[in-house]
Design a protein around this ligand. Structure first.
Ligand SMILES: Cc1cc2nc3c(=O)[nH]c(=O)nc-3n(C[C@H](O)[C@H](O)[C@H](O)COP(=O)(O)OP(=O)(O)OC[C@H]3O[C@@H](n4cnc5c(N)ncnc54)[C@H](O)[C@@H]3O)c2cc1C
Length: 303
């Protein structure tokens, strides 16, 4: 570990790693080394880390469970701030549940179930963290996390903690204010007993039937286009691309909007497959597909 990393480590309760392979931290299992990989143990650690990036002019991104990102083979020349179980506390308040960003959605759902409620069961099977789900406004066609969140606590780059009511979060289809303003989500509060009660088992069964859950993948790669009357997966499928391969990356034969890593796929393979898919769908359907997957370049993130 170099001098800078040691200096950062001495300021934190959490962990600093250097040259950490990012393939270990994404569901697609792709990605070269990050110069700095920080696992904060508390909010002060995040503040110190942001301060460190400012002092040294380093780029940074927050990371949850890595289930919607593509890292490059070249890795990341900055600081990855990984919010995991150390920032994953969940507690019941009067009519709400508060969960820290590093908690998994699965843990949040089972906490709510332990209270005898099924309000969040529509999120069953989404493998992200609470923070990642709020940033991406994760969900299914019938509902998104924005339907059940009442407020979100977040940090600005300047290190200010702000609390935003749900209607201030500018939630849209797989988008939010947190992406646009690069806020770090710290916690979310979720309404209890006000929403619909979902049949999580049935939703999970449907998911297993339709999605290649046993393979490394980042979930859906493209957003469903608006006003087209077909999903991105249907457009890709009908353009004849299901099962199409570039190197170790393949358009899943089970779900055309999933790219799977069949072994040894590189980020270059995935990006090439994305380009081919986009141009074929544009040619066949005149529809420009937009990425749902966050592509993290060597120094920044592109939604
Ligand atoms: C098998 C499979 C099925 C999936 N099914 C669905 C589905 O049905 N619906 C759906 O919406 N998604 C689905 N996804 C995609 C993914 O699980 C969701 O988008 C999830 O919400 C991402 O959470 P994450 O913690 O993994 O985020 P990450 O992938 O770690 O990050 C996603 C983005 O959010 C940012 N980010 C993460 N945490 C924070 C934070 N605390 N503060 C600020 N920025 C942050 C990252 O920088 C990145 O840009 C699926 C993925 C897989 C692999």
């Amino acid at each position: 570990m170099g001098k800078l990393a040691r200096a950062l480590q001495s300021r934190l309760r959490g962990v600093v790693k250097t040259q950490e392979p990012l393939a270990r931290h994404t569901s697609l299992r792709i990605g070269g080394p990050a110069d700095y990989f920080v696992i904060p143990a508390c909010i002060e650690d995040i503040l110190e880390t942001l301060e460190f990036t400012r002092e040294h002019g380093l780029p940074w991104i927050a990371l949850g469970n890595g289930t919607n990102v593509l890292f490059l083979d070249e890795g990341y020349r900055g600081v990855i701030i990984k919010l995991g179980p150390r920032l994953g506390h969940i507690e019941t308040l009067q009519n709400t549940v508060r969960a820290q960003a590093g908690a998994s959605l699965a843990a949040l759902i089972s906490h709510v179930r332990s209270l005898g409620l099924r309000d969040l069961d529509f999120l069953v099977g989404i493998p992200g963290s609470v923070g990642g789900a709020l940033v991406m406004n994760a969900g299914i066609p019938e509902g998104t996390i924005s339907d059940v969140v009442t407020q979100v606590g977040a940090l600005t780059f300047a290190g200010k903690f702000i609390t935003l009511k749900s209607d201030e979060c500018r939630f849209g289809y797989r988008s939010s204010r947190f992406q646009q303003e690069r806020l770090i989500v710290i916690e979310g509060e979720f309404a209890l007993g006000r929403g619909k009660s979902w049949d999580g088992e049935e939703l999970l069964r449907r998911r297993k039937e339709r999605q290649p859950l046993g393979m490394p993948s980042p979930g859906c790669v493209f957003r469903n286009p608006v006003g087209v009357g077909a999903t991105a997966g249907q457009l890709i499928d009908q353009a004849g691309l299901k099962g199409y391969r570039v190197g170790g990356a393949r358009i899943s034969p089970k779900h055309a909007n999933f790219i799977v890593n069949e072994g040894g796929a590189t980020s270059r393979d995935v990006l090439q497959l994305i380009d081919i898919t986009r141009s074929v769908v544009l040619k066949y359907w005149g529809v420009e597909l937009k990425l749902e997957l966050a592509v993290v370049g060597t120094c920044g993130v592109q939604y």
